[in-house]
Ligand binder design. Structure first.
Ligand code: PLP
Length: 419
């Protein structure tokens, strides 16, 4: 579905109010904790908390941890939460039940799946990735090639990936939606091309899960990982997920062989024997409170059509882009993401040489986006809690902050640690 914008009303706030009144997801916003008067456009970095997270955490701490102590693992079924949440998320990314587990961080999960992939495809010695992939992905691959010094990391530009898929590539590791530009890779084409060449494929879905449709099973993807704290709204540092295609689960071995991935953790055997299925990709004790918080984030998506959510985000993004690009005095701002919403994730990006200070000035006004070095400002547009009027008000403020040079003050130009 491609929804056309009424260009004649693009500078008219009532147009955005009308779109909100027709929005089938409008009622969801009230189920999240929001700050009155603030426009939060950073759900691509840290999603907002569902209101139910507060009560659910409280009851689990009191009635679970507090009242039951260690027994809560079984009596509250915390021990199975990593798999239950995996099965809830599965339809959002085109996976089947039993193919996903929540554990650790995306970085650690990436280490586990790439180490498994290079072992499965041991005769080949190249790990192929995109030059400019999210830094943790690049670092994890570099780390693997440091201790397996027979392996080489080859990073090429995104346009040259298909061509670089030669018969020495053990595994292709890519991020589906680019963290900075929001550009979507063609998962089906690249996965099939890689498989034809005999390479395995790992996708990082951090900016895809809960944002846009993904078809892991249909594309035949081998492994995937992704964050729980972005669109899935699991909270800061939420557990991440790991997907391993059913058919290779019994052959794949994570280099982190740990007790919760053991066949019988409470047998306390000295020898590691991997659990059947996806369970072997757990490492240590599941982060129960993190999983309990995350449960509320992922339950919000139950019975929703991810395609419909993505369509709303695409329209929000199109309006954001068209309004800024149409503004007369915007000479110094450049589009930093695809203009065509079919090629874009759930975020928009712009480049300006003073992006950092502009983002700081916007935050002071209560409009929360983020900055990615050296010149990018990013604005996330999750469908469940972003309103059309937010796009109008945010773009109005961006134009104002730039045109009046409001950003040009030491208060905004001084760098802080987390951007
Ligand atoms: C594409 C991508 N991968 C991985 C990560 C980092 O994940 P984690 O902090 O869970 O290791 C991020 C964080 O923003 C990301 O954008």
């Amino acid at each position: 579905v491609r929804i056309l914008i009424d260009q004649t009303r693009i500078d008219d706030r009532s147009y955005y109010e009308d779109l909100d009144s027709e929005d089938e997801f409008a009622a969801f916003r009230d189920r999240y904790v929001t700050v009155p008067g603030e426009i939060y456009l950073d759900g691509n970095s840290l999603g907002l908390p569902p209101k139910s997270t507060l009560t659910h955490l409280d009851s689990n701490v009191r009635d679970g941890w507090g009242s039951r102590g260690i027994r809560a693992w079984m009596e509250c079924d915390w021990i199975n939460l990593p798999f239950k949440l995996g099965d809830t998320v599965a339809p959002l990314i085109g996976a089947s039940a039993g193919e996903i587990v929540f554990a650790d961080s995306t970085s650690v999960n990436l280490f586990k799946v790439v180490s498994a992939a290079v072992q499965l495809n041991d005769s080949r010695k190249v790990i192929l990735t995109e030059n400019g992939n999210f830094p943790t992905d690049e670092y994890v691959l570099q780390g693997i090639s440091e201790f397996r010094d027979d392996l080489e990391v080859r990073a090429v530009s995104r346009d040259n990936i298909a061509e670089a898929l030669k018969d020495d590539v053990s595994v292709l590791v890519l991020t589906h939606v680019h963290y900075k530009t929001g550009e979507i890779f063609d998962m089906e084409h690249l996965t099939k091309t890689a498989h034809k060449q005999g390479s395995l494929v790992v996708w990082d879905l951090s900016h895809s899960a809960g944002a846009i449709p993904v078809a892991l099973n249909d594309c035949g993807v081998d492994f995937a990982v992704g964050c729980g704290y972005k669109y899935l709204c699991g909270g800061p540092g939420a557990p991440a997920f790991i997907y391993v295609r059913q058919e290779i689960q019994s052959k794949a071995l994570p280099a982190i062989a740990a007790w919760m991935g053991h066949k019988a953790p409470f047998a306390f055997d000295s020898l590691y024997e991997p659990a059947e299925g996806i369970a072997r990709f757990q490492s240590g004790t599941p982060p129960a409170l993190g999983l309990i918080a995350l449960q509320n984030g992922v339950e919000m998506f139950r019975n929703l059509k991810i395609e419909a959510l993505a369509n709303k985000s695409r329209l929000l993004g199109d309006l954001f882009i068209e309004r800024l690009l149409a503004a007369p005095k915007m000479a110094k701002i450049h589009l930093g993401c695809p203009r065509d919403s079919k090629s874009r994730g759930c975020q928009v990006s712009f480049e300006h040489e003073n992006s950092y200070a502009i983002v700081r000035a916007l935050i002071k006004r209560g409009i929360v986006g983020d900055f990615r070095a050296p010149y990018t400002m990013r604005f996330g547009l999750p469908a469940l809690y972003t309103r059309f009027v937010d796009v109008f008000d945010a773009t109005t403020a961006i134009l104002d902050v730039i045109n009046t040079r409001e950003w040009d003050s030491p208060e905004f130009t001084k760098q802080v640690a987390v951007t």
